[in-house]
Design a protein around this ligand. Structure first.
Ligand code: G6Q
Length: 508
């Protein structure tokens, strides 16, 4: 029970299933129309039904010459033209040709964006730090909490700092508030509004809003409607990644995505890595009753991967109705969580081994380290293999007795085993491998969404909170006099906040 593709080796043998189970799950996938739905996605059909648009992230990594038509236009030449512009800009920043307002080269790059405009590049820049420009410091600001930008800019000189304002819609409150505050910080240091031209670029689909903000649209990198936020780390949203790792490595990242795309499109279902991964997730979730999915990268560089996958999986498949509005009659997306190994072992692994809940795990590891310290890397990987073995096979009371464990401790020390896990093993964490790994999860999420018949590409559930926050922000700004018509709990919380808050002053 293993399969290899795009440089990844996927071992799914430590699950509670047999070949017969898998054959039945593949039948289920066929009955749900997975091959047809997959082909429709790659073809550019409007698979995002509720927003009536395509989900063509796979076109972002299609090589030149491949044709992908959306709304009657082959989008691949446009994708490559944009990649070339990004590469040109990234090279200028990397080699010091791009100068700040006072003529100094850039040493700090701060990406301002949130959700899909933050999590992918933030994760990728950490993951590929080994392949990154040593003289450039990459930082990411997402939270509307002013502490985020404050910390990111502390000790930096504006004359050496470039801001990339990443927002597809260019009306995300969190991002625009931070971008305005960053502009204020920059202009205050450099003493001239004109400095914005050298220190701000944008990634967005909204040229007019970018211009209104004051960013020269010659420094705008575009996005298409058919790129969803959480599927955008390989679009211009990855500009910070490209600046960090360089255009050649960015193309290797795209090649990794592409290799997994081709595998997903062409391999038979029972040898298809994303399909198997997705079917096992459905098996654990709907048939065995697991509610969560732990992601455990045995790689310090992948420490942001669980956060990235939380959005990818849960924003895509955390849905209670089908695309046509019917109640889904069974649980949908698992709750994704995780930490890198070995840290997690000294924290929550107790529950994985002996708790009363079923918590399937994905272990991710690499045969080679990028640090050159192979012996210490062996220790890391020994832990990964040991954990999946211990979860699967446990330790019985008899074994403990045979080892001479005192009888009063036997019950406490028994590990039942039979706790499911997958292991993804690759040779090393390279741009190519990272691309393949992310595409594996993207297509697994798609597979699961097809089985539940939901729209994995919309996110209506996040709207209500945004609307309420706007109303409450206005009430906070209006001060004590504002009428409040919330529930009694919310009214009391707001009153208590107002009574104890610091004087607010003006927003940037
Ligand atoms: C992702 C979501 C969401 C989005 C952010 C940022 O799929 O749509 O996380 O990426 O809300 O949106 P903007 O890029 O438009 O600022």
């Amino acid at each position: 029970m293993h399969v290899e593709a795009a440089g990844l080796y996927f071992d799914y043998s430590k699950n509670r299933l047999t070949h017969a189970t898998l054959a039945l799950l593949c039948d289920l996938a066929r009955q749900c129309g997975l091959p047809e739905r997959r082909d429709a996605m790659f073809r550019g059909d409007p698979v995002n039904a509720t927003e009536k648009r395509a989900a063509l992230h796979t076109a972002l990594r299609a090589p030149k010459g491949v044709k992908v038509v959306a709304d009657g236009v082959d989008v691949v030449p446009e994708v490559h033209a944009l990649l070339d512009r990004m590469a040109d800009f990234a090279r200028q920043v990397r080699n010091g040709q791009w100068r700040g307002y006072t003529g100094k080269p850039i040493r700090n790059v701060i990406n301002i964006g949130i959700g899909g405009s933050d999590l992918g590049p933030a994760m990728a820049c950490e993951a590929l730090r080994h392949d990154s420009h040593a003289g450039l410091h990459m930082r990411f600001v997402s939270n509307i909490d002013p502490a985020d930008l404050h910390e990111a800019t502390r000790g930096l000189h504006a004359e050496e700092t470039l801001f990339i304002v990443c927002s597809k819609s260019f009306r995300t409150f969190d991002t625009l508030t931070n971008a305005r505050a960053a502009r204020q910080w920059c202009v205050a240091q450099l003493g001239d509004e004109r400095a914005v031209a050298n220190h701000f670029v944008a990634v967005s689909s909204q040229a007019q809003a970018v211009a209104e903000f004051g960013i020269d649209t010659r420094h705008l990198f575009g996005l298409w409607d058919w790129v969803g936020g959480r599927y955008s780390m390989d679009s211009a949203i990855g500009l910070s990644t490209m600046i960090a790792i360089g255009p050649d490595n960015f193309h290797r990242l795209l090649a990794g995505f592409r290799a997994m795309d081709v595998h997903f499109q062409t391999a038979p279902l029972h040898h298809n890595m994303p399909v198997l991964h997705g079917l096992i997730a459905v098996w654990n979730n709907n048939f065995l009753g697991a509610e969560t999915q732990a992601v455990l990268p045995y790689s310090h560089a992948l420490r942001r991967l669980p956060a990235y996958l939380q959005q990818l999986v849960m924003e895509s498949n955390g849905k209670h109705v089908t695309a046509s509005g019917q109640q889904v009659p069974r649980p949908t997306s698992p709750i994704v969580w995780g930490e890198p190994g070995t840290n997690g072992q000294h924290s929550f692994f107790q529950l994985l081994h002996q708790g009363t809940r079923l918590a399937p795990c994905d272990f991710i590891g690499f045969c080679r380290t990028t640090t050159g310290q192979a012996a210490q890397h062996d220790l890391l990987m020994a832990n990964l293999f040991a954990q999946s073995e211990a979860l699967a096979f446990g330790k019985s009371g008899q074994e403990l007795r045979d080892e001479g464990v005192p009888s009063e401790q036997i019950a406490q020390r028994v590990c039942e085993g039979n706790r499911p896990s997958n292991t993804v093993l690759a040779d090393e964490l390279s741009p190519f491998t990272l691309g393949a790994l992310i595409a594996l999860y993207e297509h697994s999420v798609f597979t699961q969404g097809v089985l539940w018949n939901i729209d994995s590409f919309d996110q209506w559930g996040v709207e209500l909170g945004k609307v309420l926050a706007k109303r409450i922000a206005a009430e906070l700004a209006a001060g004590d006099g504002a009428a409040m018509a919330h529930d009694s709990s919310t009214n009391m919380l707001i009153r208590r906040y107002r009574a104890n808050a610091s004087a607010s002053g003006d927003l940037p």
